[in-house]
Design a binder for this molecule. Structure first.
Ligand SMILES: [Ca+2]
Ligand SMILES: [Ca+2]
Length: 580
């Protein structure tokens, strides 16, 4: 229940980059801090299990990966042709109980990062992966370092196994990534000569793309080449080869894999900002200059409460689509360790972020694929790099979380679950005064007047305006959530007076109150109190020790009736699914 320091600083800094800036230094800033380690691999699980050299497993009896099946090539989707629909009568039946089927029902792919260690050691993991997902991206195995650990020596053992898996299970495999400033082989680091580096890139592209050919129909060619302000990252490639290295890499990749679709991939280009403007500008220039680019991957490493809005995501994906490329959400995960409150509610908050992003995808013609950077909290780079977290769709016991069900619901255009129940119990006082207290006043139950049901609360012996029915919600709410609070009030007698619906909580700043609804109550009839509690991630500082909802009324001596108090989470609007 402690707020991380970076969040506190974030809250104080008006000019700070928010959202993803704080949340997502994934491949990027982390690695920057350890630049000279040959492999600042951000994905610990794989490495801890088996480090680069020994990843090549025994050869099980899998099909020869040199013989790619048709299914790997095309899967169920066609390439970014806007407007293409394939839901005619001949459309296959989709098992929409799985994420894969739910995605395929609108012509999309749902993918996942495939963890090398887990692939070879965790059968339960692999069972879920092949039933839930329609594609995968090797988490590390197709990066330059793991593929070519020594100059001129390629190790395709692991990726051949992966290609065989893709073939066997009809999964679309996406290579990641040919050029990146991280996880490149350490022997490359000392290179300073442009001609030599060009030659080494050419070798790597030729061997890698030539070996995998149609096993891997999609490739991230260049990863993370831009900075926040839209300038180019001063990687060794940019520094040695000059600004045209990205276009050259796409041309080279196209030379050796003319059938493959080629992607640019980056983080914090999800919404419209200086960095995504630079990427859009690059795509536009590539299209103009006939540089072969087919798609853009938005990594989407998010921290709940800091991500771009659904409308912002859509606008960005649509403009990329208008430039003639498909869009993949390529590495999504959602950190929640900074959320305070009930664990169930924290997982619901996370599910909402997954739901919003998935909704943005299915509402956008250009969005073809949504992939997650792993699917189970058992294996995630987030915990090691940021601290214990639960960023993915399944928990550590491989049980589906609300996030998984939210993704499925959004893929199908269905409402998300979990927002139906009020976070206060017995809000209609049908079970007497159970769960309620009156903060020093007297609380009793009447059957006349009532607003709903058969009973209402009657508050008497009031000596303070704030005395009214109160209930703790500390076990039921969390930061990062938005709630709609409602209550009905009626004065027992006398002139009209204000009534309020209030949230009280205690954190490191002490006792804090938020009167989120106010109304003029009368003795003539019931009036409604209604308001929104936007319990953003910055609302609470430090440790949350109390949280209570209560109704305030007129001054001392005056009595009031209260009924139908509710606090409901506000759920995202279901998407209108655009079929590709
Ligand atoms: Ca965890
Ligand atoms: Ca009632």
């Amino acid at each position: 229940m402690r707020l991380p320091l970076w969040l506190i600083f974030g809250s104080l800094c008006t000019g700070c980059p928010s959202a993803e800036v704080l949340s997502k230094p994934l491949d990027a800033s982390i690695a920057e801090e350890s630049t000279d380690e040959g492999e600042p691999d951000p994905v610990p699980v794989e490495d801890s299990g088996e480090s680069g050299e020994d990843t090549a497993p025994e050869e099980p009896d899998v099909p020869d990966s040199g013989e790619p099946p048709d299914s790997v090539d095309t899967g169920s989707t066609d390439t970014g042709e806007d407007g293409g629909t394939d839901t005619g009568e001949s459309a296959p039946e989709y098992d929409v109980s799985t994420l894969r089927g739910a995605a395929e029902s609108s012509g999309r792919i749902v993918g996942v990062a495939l963890n090398t260690g887990a692939m070879f050691s965790d059968a339960e993991y692999l069972d879920i992966l092949v039933s839930e997902f329609g594609g995968f991206t090797p988490e590390n195995a197709t990066k330059w370092g793991p593929l070519q650990p020594a100059e001129g020596a390629w190790d395709f053992g692991t990726v051949d196994e992966m290609a065989a898996l893709a073939s066997r299970e009809d999964l679309r495999m996406k290579g990641h990534t040919l050029v990146w400033h991280n996880q490149k082989p350490s022997w490359l680091d000392s290179e300073t000569d442009a001609t030599t580096l060009n030659g080494l890139m050419d070798d790597h592209f030729r061997e890698t793309l030539g070996h995998l050919t149609t096993d891997v129909p999609d490739w991230d060619v260049v990863n993370e080449a831009f900075e926040w302000d839209g300038s180019m990252r001063a990687s060794m490639f940019r520094t040695i080869l000059g600004p045209d290295y990205i276009a050259d890499a796409f041309r080279q990749a196209n030379l050796y894999a003319p059938e493959a679709r080629l992607f640019y991939n980056d983080f914090s280009i999800e919404g419209i900002n200086a960095k995504s403007n630079a990427v859009a500008g690059m795509v536009e220039a590539f299209k103009r200059d006939d540089v072969p680019i087919d798609g853009v991957g938005l990594q989407m490493h998010l921290s709940h409460g800091y991500g771009p809005s659904r409308a912002d995501l859509k606008a960005n994906m649509e403009r990329l689509g208008d430039l003639g490329v498909v869009v993949h959400i390529s590495e999504m995960d959602v950190q929640i360790r900074h959320l305070l409150g009930s664990d169930d509610e924290r997982l619901l908050a996370q599910a909402m972020t997954y739901y919003e992003v998935t909704s943005a995808c299915v509402e956008t013609m250009a969005c073809e694929q949504i992939s997650f950077w792993g699917f189970t909290d058992r294996y995630s780079w987030v915990d090691t790099f940021f601290g214990e977290d639960d960023p993915l769709l399944y928990d550590e016991d491989l049980v589906a979380k609300p996030a998984r069900n939210a993704v499925r619901a959004a893929l199908l255009g269905e409402p998300m679950e979990g927002c139906e129940d009020s976070r206060v119990d017995n809000g209609g006082f049908e079970d007497g005064t159970e769960t309620w207290e009156a903060m020093g006043a007297s609380l009793s139950i009447v059957d006349e007047p009532v607003h709903g049901g058969e009973h209402a609360a009657y508050v008497t012996d009031r000596t303070e305006a704030w005395q009214g029915p109160r209930q703790s919600v500390i076990d039921k709410i969390a930061t990062g959530m938005k709630y709609e609070g409602r209550a009905w009030v009626r004065l027992a007698e006398g002139a009209p007076a204000e009534a309020k619906l209030t949230l009280h909580w205690n954190d490191d700043l002490g006792d804090r109150w938020w009167q989120f609804a106010t109304v003029e109550a009368t003795s003539d009839g019931w009036v409604e109190l209604a308001g929104t509690i936007d319990l953003s991630v910055l609302s609470v500082v430090g440790t949350l020790t109390e949280a209570r909802v209560y109704v305030e009324g007129p001054g001392a001596g005056r009595s009031m009736y209260v009924d139908d108090i509710s606090v409901h989470p506000v759920c995202p609007t279901p998407p209108t699914v655009v079929v590709r």
